[in-house]
Design a binder for this molecule. Structure first.
Ligand SMILES: NC(=O)c1ccc[n+]([C@@H]2O[C@H](COP(=O)([O-])OP(=O)(O)OC[C@H]3O[C@@H](n4cnc5c(N)ncnc54)[C@H](OP(=O)(O)O)[C@@H]3O)[C@@H](O)[C@H]2O)c1
Length: 290
């Protein structure tokens, strides 16, 4: 894609990552548009682009237009673009990065001849600081019109990302899986920090103590399926230990419920792999106890 150009609308976490990846792979990012001009300016300064708080009126459309605003405002930005487009244009490919929405949100643009697709990097971007390692060798969930899918595949290849085609009507389910793999791990770690805080363990110490546990558990998943990677009282059949955990967690009903549901999930995973331990029923009763 020599000499390809791009605009980024939304200078947040994903906008920053996409702008850097584009720049590093030879796409010239011309304009960064974001409601907070200072945000647009900060990213524009790092990528050599121009900054705008609104969609510029008199500039030619780019080859790639990335909508990296949050999910709820994608449709509003599409309406603004729709109102701005004066002539049919076959060269602009526009994508959003939502995991849950399909490319149909971009249909008004397709009516002007634009190629449209959704392009959801399967990665967590927790800040606007760019960390090159988080945008290397990742997967990207893609879907779109026939042309859109081809464009998404081209862009993924350029970035060195692996495309995973998701049917449009399955995107919410696909995205729920991503939430399990990311947000719930963070939430689970947060619960562990909170619980140690009630014992007076300072947050930094708790983090240092627990991180090796979490990291090793995650690393094991690189080469083992979950039912083989998991350790702990539940998998050992230590019913009394689990019953004690349920009991002491009664001081925090949210964490108690979370503990129960996680244990039930583990039992479910074991069952699905035809591992039906003889302590299973006793464990279920312990989980149901108060
Ligand atoms: N973060 C992740 O880990 C992640 C991962 C994969 C995909 N995604 C997807 O990527 C998209 C962006 O998420 P994000 O986390 O990067 O969000 P974000 O950090 O909140 O960034 C969104 C940016 O868009 C700007 N904005 C809001 N309304 C706008 C408008 N009408 N015109 C121009 N700019 C506008 C916001 O400006 P203000 O600063 O003024 O609010 C903000 O800078 C979402 O679709 C999300 O689902 C996110």
């Amino acid at each position: 894609m020599p000499d390809a150009t791009a605009w980024i609308i939304g200078a947040g976490r994903v906008g920053t990552a996409i702008a850097h990846v584009m720049k590093n792979h030879g796409i010239t990012v011309l304009n960064i548009i974001s409601t907070k001009y200072s945000r647009a300016q900060a990213l524009a300064a790092k990528t050599g682009a121009k900054a705008y708080a609104n969609i510029p009126e008199h500039e030619p459309w780019p080859d790639w237009l990335a909508l990296t605003v949050r999910d709820d405002v994608i449709a509003d930005v599409v309406n603004l673009l729709d109102a701005r487009i004066k002539t049919q244009n076959q060269h602009t490919a526009c994508f959003h990065c939502s995991g849950v929405h399909g490319s149909s949100l971009l249909s008004p643009l397709a009516e002007h001849g634009w190629t449209v697709f959704s392009f959801h990097p399967i990665q967590t971007f927790y800040s606007v600081e760019i960390r090159p390692e988080v945008v290397e060798n990742i997967y990207v969930g893609i879907e779109g019109t026939e042309d859109g899918l081809q464009a998404a595949q081209r862009l993924a290849r350029l970035f060195g990302w692996k495309p995973m085609v998701i049917p449009q009507d399955q995107k919410p389910l696909y995205h729920a899986a991503c939430v399990f793999a990311s947000n719930f791990i963070t939430a689970s770690f947060g619960a562990a920090l909170d619980i140690l805080a009630t014992l007076g363990v300072p947050e930094n110490t708790a983090r240092e103590a627990l991180l090796p546990l979490s990291q090793t558990s995650i690393n094991a998943l690189a080469h083992l399926p979950p039912h083989e990677a998991i350790t702990g009282p539940l998998i050992r059949g230590d019913v009394d230990t689990v019953a004690k955990h349920i009991q002491v967690l009664s001081t925090n009903r949210v964490y108690q419920e979370m503990y129960r549901e996680m244990c039930r999930t583990i039992l479910e995973i074991l069952q699905r792999h035809n591992l039906s331990p003889d302590w299973k029923d006793k464990m279920r009763s312990a989980l149901d106890s108060d």
